[in-house]
Design a protein around this ligand. Sequence first.
Ligand code: GTP
Length: 608
Amino acid sequence: IPSENIRNFSIIAHVDHGKSTLADRLLEMTKTVCIEEGKAQVLDRLQVEKERGITVKAQTASLFYKSKTDNQIYLLNLIDTPGHVDFSNEVSRSLSACQGVILLVDANQGVQAQTVANFYLAFCKDLVIVPVLNKVDLKNANPEKVEEQLEGLFDIDAKTVLRISAKQGTGVENLLESIVTRLPHPITNRQAPLKALIFDSWFDKYRGAVVLIYVQDGCVKEGDIITTAYSQTSYTVKNVGILRPTEFNTGTLVGGQVGFLTCNIRSAKEAHIGDTIYLKDEPVEPFPGFKPAQPMVFAGLFPLDQSLHLEMKNALERLTLNDSAVSITTESSPALGLGWRLGFLGLLHLDVFNQRLDQEYNAQAIMTAPSVTYKAKITSKQLITKYGSNEFYFSNPMDFPDATITEALYEPFILGTIITPDEYLGDVLSLCMEKRGVQKSSINIDNTRVMIQCYFPLNEIVIDFHDTLKSITSGFGSFSYEDHGYELSNLVKLDILLNGNVIEELGTIVHASKAVNLGRKMVLKLLDMIPRQMFQIAIQASVKGKIIARENLKPYRKDVTSKLCGKRGGDITRKMKLLKQQSDAKKKMKMVGNIEIPRDTFINVLKR
Ligand code: GTP
């Protein structure tokens, strides 16, 4: 197919504005798949995505469409992008394979925070933007008002905005025509040596990594020997093809095309997203701006039982190949044993990863409370030699430097964008204050909604900001964020003690102004989460060795069967069942010293 008849595009949208529904409709209308009534969306493959109703891994499909304008067949490559606030990085790299985007906005909800973030990602990459209003079938849809928002915020001409109902199919044919007529075709030189971009990958048990590529120049076929520019490793290409949306071997991919490739990539460290592929011994100038994903949130991960260590190590290796944005280093903890420290793009990313680990690999894991990366300026000569600088970065509360050697502490900040109906503005501003936000700007995007920009310490928003914002705005508030560097901060380490012993894994780093409050909350929460045991447990919080909160957990002997063992001895099957329930509950426990702690305590203790 000539490159003039190829269109590579993504749909970018705020969560729930209908991206998956539209993708399904496009697949169905181009006869790529038959959609059964009520069947889950085709592109959202993993179970965890279905549960959460959001797309996490980018997925791609090639569609063939016969244009009504010129009766020619076009190859439309839809590149699915994740829609959540944590994943702007994944959106960005998927956009590198596109020449245009569909900016999809719910005609009822209007422009939301991620619409703004996604618009600028596409805009900065110079992509052609086709603005589309979805859900015009809804009674409350107000397309005129949303068009005004698009005009006001992005300078988009209302006359260029399409109106569709992805659910009912209205206007989608027109959209397909617009993709052909308004988006540019890829510019390629098929005679030049191969130059291809890896923009996604996942792991297959039998074939190793399946990588998705955009062929910029030349062509790649089965049997070719290729080299990756960044990792400098060579492979023989096994399978090449397109996704419809399942793999369809074509044996070759030419300049301008998007498709998959397998070549026995066995390790996570080899398939870098953003890396360039060329033919062995025919190197080309790699794609610019390649940088590995930057994790923002870190947490420790430990097997519930050390005998599971190897099994979990394998599971982690496979999962990180599927999700190269996760960084991973080994860690050991006095209470939890040998484990890993993982870095994530955000808290949602972390939760999704944790769920995948459980679902796909059945790995019984303990995750510690998430933390961001702090920076310290230190005066200790010894440490300066060790780190090669008087500054060092740490995310683990256990590495919090001693006050005697610390000159200054810094924490990472972000610039957050919030869009909310103005009746909730008061509550939203209080939330921002509570989270140590400093307002940068506030503008009315129409007569009912406000867009606020605030600087926040990342630490304050990673835990539950998004959920809280949703609940105080009855679901109407939206949020997105970008990195804003480090700022000086008065940080302290909050320790948790059980019967006088510091439990390092429950320690956390917090702004001094919030330590007492957080300490109290954590102690009360632990009182609630830790089951009573045969002896009394003192739960305490301390800062710099000073106790700031304390509760006592009363002893209690839980014998679930005693009431069944009356004179008649009770019903034996009932008794066995109760004992089994109790032992299942025990499996979810972790012994820390002589105290049993539910394994989800480590991550839940910081949530509201
Ligand atoms: P993420 O994958 O989380 O980014 O969400 P999404 O943008 O893919 O949204 P999705 O397609 O899952 O749609 C969200 C909800 O809106 C679903 O309940 C859809 O049925 C509904 N929806 C999508 N398009 C339309 C439409 O045109 N009209 C109406 N009435 N509902 C729609």
